[in-house]
Write a protein that binds this ligand. Structure first.
Ligand SMILES: N[C@@H](CCC(=O)N[C@@H](CS)C(=O)NCC(=O)O)C(=O)O
Length: 213
């Protein structure tokens, strides 16, 4: 398998966690988002919208969208399942994962922050306020969900799920951007528990071949 990724792309990090939890290896191709490599015509052949991750499997199946990739991996390699079968639990996992993937990440994506600065000409400080605002809105809702429905050391139980694959990269990004997360104790407890696990450590930005300090 081939994985097109950027070390601190949170969506790529989700897929790296899923691969590591399943013990799967993928050949790593760094796509430098800071240099705009995602927008080249060559990369758009793989990802029409110009983003990472992209997974190309050994049968030549090429997929974008981190959640679709993880769902595919889960169907293809069912050991260490990331989406539970039980309907309510499965919906809870998706509810938390989609909160991160649809309600937080897209508002703070590279191209959105770039548009704010380049086209709408907001200042660096205003852009940072935008980022912190949507992280706070989203993580408050996630904290609420986990307080009400979460159990065990992971988001939902004693084994990691898609929800943890989404939570860890989002929290890592928020911390990197200097957001204060003290108001989200359950999220931080899950984050710290995940980071203590080998698979999550293997997927971390600083362990990737394209890591830049
Ligand atoms: N919904 C997509 C989002 C993919 C995405 O946009 N990833 C970001 C990095 S975290 C990206 O490549 N951004 C490039 C850009 O906005 O120019 C997914 O979950 O895979």
């Amino acid at each position: 398998m081939q994985l097109y990724s950027f070390f601190n792309s949170s969506t790529s990090y989700r897929v790296r966690i899923a691969l590591a939890l399943k013990g799967l290896d993928a050949h790593y191709h760094g796509v430098n988002l800071r240099a705009g490599e995602q927008r080249t015509s060559q990369h758009r052949e793989l990802s029409p919208i110009g983003g990472v991750p992209v997974l190309v499997d050994d049968n030549g199946v090429s997929l974008t969208q981190s959640l679709a990739i993880i769902d595919y991996l889960d169907a293809r390699y069912p050991h260490a399942p990331l989406l539970p079968n039980e309907p309510v639990l499965r919906a809870r996992v998706l509810e938390a994962a989609l909160l991160v993937a649809c309600d937080i990440h897209p508002l703070n994506n590279v191209r959105v922050l770039g548009y704010l600065q380049r086209v709408l000409e907001v200042s660096g400080e205003e852009k940072d306020r935008w980022y912190a605002h949507w992280v706070a809105e989203g993580l408050s809702a996630l904290e609420d969900l986990l307080q009400r429905h979460g159990t065990g050391p992971y988001c939902f139980g004693d084994t990691p799920t898609l929800a943890d694959c989404c939570l860890v990269p989002q929290v890592a990004n928020a911390l990197r951007m200097g957001c204060d997360l003290d108001g989200y104790p359950r999220i931080l407890a899950v984050y710290r528990h995940c980071l203590a696990q080998e698979a999550f450590q293997r997927a971390a930005p600083e362990r990737q071949p394209d890591f830049i300090q």
